[in-house]
Ligand binder design. Structure first.
Ligand code: PLP
Length: 396
């Protein structure tokens, strides 16, 4: 027998979401999440994955995973601090540090997990965190977990950040103050103003924390947003995910050795959750090697991103202010946005609608994620569908 209270709670809330058109239906992908996917037996051009460089389905990556599985098996067998640290994990962390241009790095099981781990390892109830209002959910949750005072600043508003940094540090209420931001904001594709953030951080001695989940592999010739601005030695915490451009799963912090040493003894997911699998670890090392050897995939990603953006703009869509390949197509009202995405689907394009509460109410959008693996023909096919549906719905 389930609890009556629980059943009532679930029924009421699920119905409410469905009625408002906010309930997200999940469509399983039948096969690899490449540039073309199959759902319900239907062939679709995929503009919704974070597989920026096509590495999730790359043959070299698959071989690297298979080789690591042959050598080490499928599981790490323990948490990192007992005996789940395999030599392949150490190799991965050395490669990550090299990739990011830092003294050291520590790997976690996911990017989300990494934010749960890293923030609360350093910040506590006597501290304050200045957080961009559009920061990713995992940053918000990581901040909450730390029990530090969270002070939100307006999105990329440097005057607001400066004022709040001054207030927080001069109040004498806090032992430490951190500023935390996404490197690239995933809903609009805009880049954090890192040079100004650093200037403010230096003025007020703030700890700096940049989560570059959408920047790594994409900006800075692949090395990320921090490298893009030439600030590798100025950011305390460089966070990244291994699940987006890198194409596998996992997260990491890159920074000075002392910080990484501390995280290895204090960050709870490192101590209490089993290490990355050998197969994943082998594939990630392969991806980092590919990115350090050549910018070919990175260059192709940008070429495809620019092509798609130019095409959508020419058709007359509002594509916002993206500075990266992330290409939002802003529709507005929630139900209209969902209908737009549904019509694209019927026309053979998978571009997911993103609505409140992921983005503000009335700012619904269909978000396009072009990748290095798309061909020009695929993008042309997507643009044709956009043109057709946009005209039909009176959007363009
Ligand atoms: C996607 C994302 C994460 C989560 O990364 P996973 O590896 O998928 O858990 C964390 N932070 C930001 C900014 C992200 O965009």
């Amino acid at each position: 027998m389930s609890s009556k209270t629980l059943v009532q709670f679930l029924t009421k809330n699920l119905n409410e979401l469905r009625n408002q058109g906010l309930y997200n239906e999940i469509d399983p992908v039948q096969g690899p999440n490449g540039p073309i996917i199959q759902i319900d037996g239907k062939r679709l051009i995929n503009l919704s994955s974070n597989n920026y460089l096509g590495l999730a389905t790359d043959e070299r990556m698959k071989q690297a995973a298979i080789m690591a599985i042959e050598k080490y098996g499928v599981g790490a067998g323990a948490v990192r601090t007992i005996n789940g640290t395999l030599d392949i994990h150490v190799q991965l962390e050395e490669k990550l540090a090299e990739f990011k241009g830092t003294e050291a790095a520590i790997a976690y099981q996911s990017g989300f997990n990494c934010n749960m781990a890293a923030i609360s390892a350093v910040m506590d109830q006597h501290d304050a965190i200045l957080s961009d209002e559009l920061n990713h959910a995992s940053i918000i949750d990581g901040c909450r977990l730390s029990k530090a005072k969270i002070i939100r600043y307006n999105h990329s508003d440097m005057d607001d950040l400066r004022m709040k940094a001054k207030e927080a540090t001069e109040s004498g209420q806090y032992n430490k103050v951190m500023v935390i931001t996404d490197g690239v904001f995933s809903m609009d594709g805009d880049i954090a103003k890192l040079p100004e953030i650093i200037e403010i951080a230096e003025q007020y001695d703030l700890i700096t924390y940049v989560d570059d989940a959408h920047g790594s592999g994409v900006l800075g010739k692949g090395a990320g947003t921090v490298k893009h601005f030439g600030l590798s030695d100025k950011i305390d915490f460089q966070i990244g995910t291994l699940s987006k451009a890198i194409g596998v799963v996992g997260g990491y912090v890159a920074g000075r050795k002392k910080l990484i040493d501390w995280l290895k003894v204090r960050s709870r997911p490192f101590l209490f959750s089993t290490a990355l699998t050998p197969g994943d670890t082998g594939a990630i090392i392969c991806a980092l090697q590919l990115l350090m050897e050549s910018t070919e995939l990175h260059d192709q990603l940008w070429k495809n991103g620019d092509y798609l953006k130019r095409g959508l703009k020419k058709l007359g869509f509002d594509i916002g202010n993206s500075e990266t390949p992330i290409t939002p197509c802003i529709i507005g009202e929630e139900k209209k946005t969902q209908l737009f995405s549904k019509r694209l689907y019927e026309e053979g394009v998978y571009a997911k609608s993103i609505v409140f509460p992921t983005v503000p109410a009335g700012k619904g959008r269909v978000r396009n994620m072009p990748t290095a693996a798309h061909t020009k023909e695929m993008l042309d096919e997507a643009l044709a569908a956009y043109g057709k549906v946009g005209k039909e719905m009176g959007i363009i």
